[in-house]
Design a protein around this ligand. Structure first.
Ligand code: BZD
Length: 834
């Protein structure tokens, strides 16, 4: 059905593209007419939802105009495109971004307020598409923003999950997950493109098309198909005319799936069963891979994304090009971790089986097209799939993977004759204890570039996780340190700070050239500036306190130090170490209520994978400690702990601007990069952290004096683990630590129940992969140094200003430039204003 559609470019370039007006009157007219024609209502009878929806589509109209010109410019230039393949995107809310990017913020405010509607109300009606888990998904969104801002021709491909990352609530301090039906009221930002749908096959068998070489061409006859239906959201650049798109696929059953006869017989469930099954592919985002259940469905999702996206990329390529050898000159496909790595055998299949390109030529095209980004160091996080499952679900792809492996191992044997250890470790197939396909190996073999996401991460990848590949092909390995978009995470999240920065730098050029922040350095010791800088922080904290009071009932003191730990809950990130510190402070205050301490608010936020029991118990402990501390009059005024539920991009935009202290305390060698660390430093939070991930680069730039360092470094952590780390000895030798653990296991935070947190305590006292107790003393002492520094207000403020001034490097614009130069080899295409 879909195959018979004639494909046309999204928008044909031509003179008759409608253009939006340029005045406030035009804008108001557009709003009224959209209200009338799109919502079918008048201003007199419009609801807040009508107003929101109308504003959204009116802003979208303005972006469509730029998008049409972008498509025309790209058509003209026929440039090399970046295709970013990612199973996750955490785009954040769109309304305020698009107001800013279209320059209609002030107009909208005037028009709305004249009618008694606040911008805040409109903003709260804007729903965040939570189509990702954490850093990896948010990085994808920051890179899209920066690619558009830098005029890089790019398309992001992903899955349009019906349900995004779950909503987090708490019951008795325990995380309860609720479905995120993010399109319940519709999504005004997207365009459906049903004409561009593709058919995706699964299961079935293969047979020879001519001859019987596995190198093809062969025919795959799937026994099951679903349709992939795309919609796209516009991705505008800031301060430029470029508008790119992110195209998301949704699974739809084929047309004949509804069983009318069964329905007629009253079997309503059975009648739609087939539809439900097909459409389950894009039903829900996997909250990471710690659940065993539904693994087959996850593999289906991955292939679904890859199959639809590659067909689309080829269609776009063929629109302006004929010769397959030119494919890598026009297309670079960036694989965001291993989730889309099936794109490698899929491109081989399409070239060899469907376009009659011979194997060797197809392989050269494929390798030159793909590049792979790795986001982890944890060996358990490297994806593998059972061969048996692959053979069943994707029989042709499995043949292709075998053949890729065969050729690869043959060449390897020529370079390193008889090195069986090497063959076994680098093979795309793991043999023991079960035959599995190693997706990272497939990614490395099939790509021309492989990168880590921070300097330490890239070095450790090359020295440990991917060591043998790195010695085989050193030129393939790169580092591209992550970054974050200053538009969303400074300008939109922190308007007060942004105004202050612009006032001191003489304009807002820093928003697209973040190195200009260095100009703030001159004011770091200026009293008037420090005063205003503190004022911004205080007002941001007042906003955060209002939110915390409204949502949790916990009352925060805006004068207190705001100490934040916001990120996914994972043992390696060591939220537990932070809890040990909080309990340490609590014990000290209880023992000596007269002790002079620095008033502190500790803010936690983050979700745990639903099946991750250890992380969830730590979360419960955080809530229990918060409860006890906040209800103990002896510590009132000195210590407050709040867990803000349902951490997401919107919540990050609220919390980050009020932070004084940024907790980046993962065990060294475990966090690939981190990006929250960058957002916080840019907003003037001072980091307390280990030498892990991008913390190292942050410290190098902001200076050792403006960063609180503690703990093992990566080498020390590895050797501590090798030489028989003994958590017990730390417990035995450190009375303060002992008191903390004894309080937790003694039931101080669980109404006397000694069992409640026993397994948490046992986990750090026994074999603890993350060396919590080994870093405890160094961490707590470092926190004492933090408190002394805080007491010198002027000095602290200077540190804060220097953190912002020296963090320009962490713009995702710089990250995208690094990819462009080092890996993509793409050039910007300017889109004309008219
Ligand atoms: O990617 C994160 C890393 O942990 C961070 O250190 C890094 O800064 C960011 C961006 O590079 N990784 C993830 O967020 N990973 C996932 O969310 C994920 C999702 C599905 C399956 C496995 C991992």
């Amino acid at each position: 059905e879909a195959d018979s559609l004639a494909f046309v470019p999204e928008i044909k370039p031509g003179p008759n593209i409608r253009r939006v007006g340029t005045t406030v009157e035009d804008f108001e007219q557009n709003l009224l007419s959209n209200l009338y024609f799109q919502r079918g209502t008048t201003i007199e009878s419009a609801s807040a939802g009508d107003a929101y929806h109308t504003l959204a589509v009116t802003l979208r109209d303005r972006l469509v105009d730029r998008y049409a010109r972008t498509v025309a410019a790209h058509y003209e230039t026929n440039p090399r495109f970046v295709y970013y393949l990612s199973a996750e995107y955490m785009l954040g809310r769109q309304l305020n971004q698009n107001l800013l990017y279209t320059g209609t913020e002030q107009w909208t405010r005037e028009i709305a307020e004249a009618r008694g509607l606040s911008m805040e109300t409109l903003a709260t009606l804007d729903v965040e598409p939570g189509l990702g888990n954490g850093g990896l998904g948010r990085l994808a969104a920051c890179l899209l923003d920066s690619m558009a801002t830098l005029d890089i021709p790019a398309v992001g491909y992903g899955i349009r999950y019906d349900y995004g990352i779950f909503k987090q609530t708490f019951q008795n301090g325990e995380q309860v997950e609720r479905p995120d039906d993010w399109t319940f009221y519709g999504n005004p930002w997207e365009f459906a493109a049903p004409d561009d749908q593709h058919v995706v096959g699964f299961y079935g068998k293969t047979e020879s098309a001519n001859g019987d070489s596995m190198a093809g061409p062969r025919r795959w006859i799937p026994s099951e198909t679903v349709r992939g239906e795309p919609s796209h959201m516009l991705v505008p650049g800031y301060g430029t005319q470029t508008v790119n798109i992110v195209r998301l696929w949704r699974a739809r059953a084929s047309r004949q799936s509804f069983d009318l006869a069964r329905f007629g017989a009253g079997q309503y469930g059975e009648a739609v069963q087939h539809i439900a099954l097909s459409e389950s592919i894009s039903k829900v985002l996997y909250p990471d891979d710690s659940t065993e259940l539904g693994r087959e469905l996850r593999l289906k999702q991955q292939y679904f994304l890859v199959s639809c996206s590659l067909r689309d990329i080829i269609r776009r390529f063929q629109f302006r090009n004929r010769d397959w050898d030119a494919f890598p000159d026009k297309v670079v496909i960036q694989l965001n971790d291993t989730h889309p790595v099936l794109a490698i055998p899929e491109l081989m299949r399409l070239l060899v089986d469907e376009h009659q390109v011979d194997w060797d030529r197809a392989w050269s095209i494929t390798q030159r097209t793909f590049a792979y980004t790795c986001h982890t160091l944890l060996p358990e996080a490297l994806e593998t799939w059972p061969v048996a499952l692959m053979e069943r679900l994707l029989p042709r792809h499995m043949e292709i993977i075998y053949l890729i492996n065969h050729v690869f191992l043959r060449d390897l044997d020529m370079r390193h004759p008889g090195d069986l250890r090497l063959m076994r470790d680098l093979s795309l197939i793991q043999e023991e204890p079960e035959r599995r396909v190693r997706m990272a190996n497939l990614a490395v073999v099939g790509s021309h570039a492989v990168n880590g996401v921070a300097e330490l991460h890239s070095r450790l990848l090359a020295e440990t996780t991917l060591r043998d590949f790195a010695s085989l092909w050193p030129e393939k390995f790169h580092n591209v340190t992550n970054g974050v978009t200053p538009r969303r995470f400074v300008r939109l999240a922190n308007p007060r700070l942004s105004s202050l920065i612009s006032a001191h730098l003489g304009g807002d050029g820093w928003l697209t050239d973040l190195d200009q922040l260095a100009g703030l350095e001159a004011f770091a010791d200026d009293n008037a500036m420090r005063e205003r800088w503190r004022d911004v922080k205080r007002l941001n904290k007042v906003d955060l306190a209002a939110y915390a009071a409204r949502t949790t009932g916990v009352v925060l003191d805006p004068q207190a130090m705001c100490d934040v730990m916001i990120k996914r809950f994972h043992e390696y990130k060591r939220q537990l170490l932070k809890v040990l510190h909080v309990v340490t402070l609590y014990n000290r205050l209880r023992d000596d209520p007269a002790a002079t301490v620095v008033p502190r608010t500790v803010v936690f936020a983050g979700k745990a994978a639903p099946g991750y029991r250890a992380a969830k118990l730590v979360m419960k402990l955080v809530n229990a400690v918060a409860d006890t501390v906040n209800n103990d009059p002896r510590v009132a005024g000195a210590l407050r702990v709040v867990f803000l539920p349902d951490y997401n991009v919107t919540r990050a935009e609220l919390i980050v601007p009020s932070a004084d202290l940024s907790e980046q305390i993962s065990l060294a060698g475990k966090e690939a990069s981190g990006t929250g660390n960058m957002k916080l430093a840019l907003n003037g939070a001072v980091t307390i952290g280990t030498l892990d991930g991008a913390n190292i680069e942050i410290r190098d730039r902001v200076g050792a004096d403006n960063f609180f360092l503690f703990g093992y470094n990566a080498e020390q952590a590895m050797s501590a683990r090798r030489s028989g780390y003994s958590a017990r000895s730390f417990y035995d030798q450190d009375p303060e630590l002992r008191a903390v653990l004894d309080a937790i296991s003694g039931g101080v935070f669980s109404s006397g129940d000694r069992d409640a947190f026993a397994s948490v305590v046992d986990s750090v006292l026994g074999w603890d992969e993350y060396l919590c107790l080994g870093d405890y003393r160094s961490y707590v002492d470092c926190q004492d140094t933090v408190e002394r520094a805080w007491q010198d207000r002027e000095r602290w403020t200077s540190m804060s200003i220097r953190n912002t001034a020296r963090s320009g490097f962490f713009s995702s614009d710089r990250t995208v430039r690094d990819y462009c130069r080092g890996i993509w080899n793409v050039e910007p295409v300017r889109v004309p204003e008219e």
